[in-house]
Design a protein around this ligand. Structure first.
Ligand code: TXA
Ligand code: MG
Length: 328
């Protein structure tokens, strides 16, 4: 079973142990502001392989590489002017930029092709808080997907990680509940076009204000899906999920948002309120935990009431649609 160290009471030991296990080439579960990450040294192929093995993740699905600061990011990637503006506005924070890899990066400190799935681009973000300190202390970029079995709901607490991956990893660093609660927004700039590959913790509207252009959505782009992890049937609980529910069938678990009356709710197996005050930020922070809890009450189905598709609501609805998608 993984050791769990609380960074809020034991920060120095968490940093030291984190660096030690990472330097030995093993993955460590780390708190970030979005979700918990399963982190490993992005330059060490054995360490990156262990991420894929631990998650049961297909190796054609590239990982996000987390950097300590802008100087580290620039050692590995080339920034166009719009990406630079976005980095200045939102880093450290829940934004991932897909950027061309710098071809001339020193051989011995290169991000390994296993982390980028052999692409000539890399997904980079600077996480807030402890994760950034850990990367600086290790002095290597950390490849880190969400710390969950591939295809399952992402972890927003150390307990979620322990329940899912505890038997398969050595160390979990506990930073409490992830404050944002949904993964980073993924953006790729192509010339004058700015593509939204995944809605996430930075609302699309905020990115449009800084970039000064309207984002191209995946559907509008009409191209092959460039974030393979974003295929349907991701974020799947065991129970079936029904969206836009305005009435409840007996025995369903309800995940609700807002104050509208819901017919049949008194027959529900359990009711989870994403945000009693109707706040989308609070709803995002609660989303994955409530999906997991709704999955444990023995309900016939999980019914989710409508959620506005603005601000963080776009990321919430994206994750819910994947949770509700038909399973293979
Ligand atoms: O908030 C987050 O982004 C969390 C925390 C831990 O940082 N990480 C996360 O990683 O969600 P993951 O691996 O679950 O999702 C990474 C997504 C995948 O959909 C992957 O396909 C896409 O990023 N991605 C990574 N590198 C890419 C690249 N070079 N081009 C296109 N998509 C890429
Ligand atoms: Mg994930």
């Amino acid at each position: 079973m993984a050791e769990i160290i609380d960074i809020r009471t034991d920060r120095d030991r968490a940093l030291a142990e984190g660096v030690r296990v990472l330097a030995e080439g093993f993955p460590v579960a780390i708190p970030t502001e979005t979700v918990y990450g399963l982190a490993a040294d992005a330059t060490n192929p054995a360490a990156v392989t262990r991420i894929y093995e631990t998650k049961g993740r297909p190796q054609f699905n590239p990982l996000i590489c987390h950097m300590a600061d802008m100087a580290m990011a620039e050692r590995y990637a080339l920034f166009d002017p719009i990406s630079r503006l976005l980095a200045e506005a939102f880093w450290p924070g829940p934004l991932t930029l897909i950027l061309p890899l710098r071809p001339e990066t020193r051989e011995d400190s290169r991000i390994h092709a296993l982390a980028t799935a052999g692409l000539d681009t890399v997904g980079i973000r600077l996480p807030q808080g402890f994760a950034g300190e850990l990367i600086a202390a290790l002095d290597r970029p950390l490849a880190a997907p969400s710390a969950n079995t591939s295809g399952k709901v992402s972890a927003t607490s150390a307990q979620h990680v322990a329940d899912d991956l505890g038997e398969r990893i050595r160390l979990i660093l506990d930073g409490g509940a992830a404050p944002v609660g949904v993964e980073s927004t993924i953006i790729k700039v192509e010339g004058d076009t700015v593509r939204l590959l995944r809605p996430g913790g930075v609302p699309a509207e905020a990115i449009e204000r800084v970039a000064g252009v309207t984002l191209l959505r995946p559907e509008a782009a009409g191209a092959a899906i460039e974030a393979p992890g974003m295929l349907a049937s991701h974020y799947a609980p065991e129970a079936a999920v029904r969206l836009d529910a305005t009435t409840i069938a007996p025995g369903e678990a309800v995940i609700r948002f807002g104050h509208d009356a819901i017919a049949g709710i008194e027959e529900a197996k359990a009711v989870f309120d994403l945000s009693p005050s109707g706040d989308l930020g609070e709803a995002a922070a609660n989303l994955f935990d409530m999906l997991k809890r709704a999955d444990t009450v023995g309900a016939v189905r999980i019914a989710v009431t409508p959620i506005p598709n603005r601000g963080l609501g776009e990321a919430i609805n994206d994750r819910l649609q994947r949770a509700a998608a038909p399973r293979e």
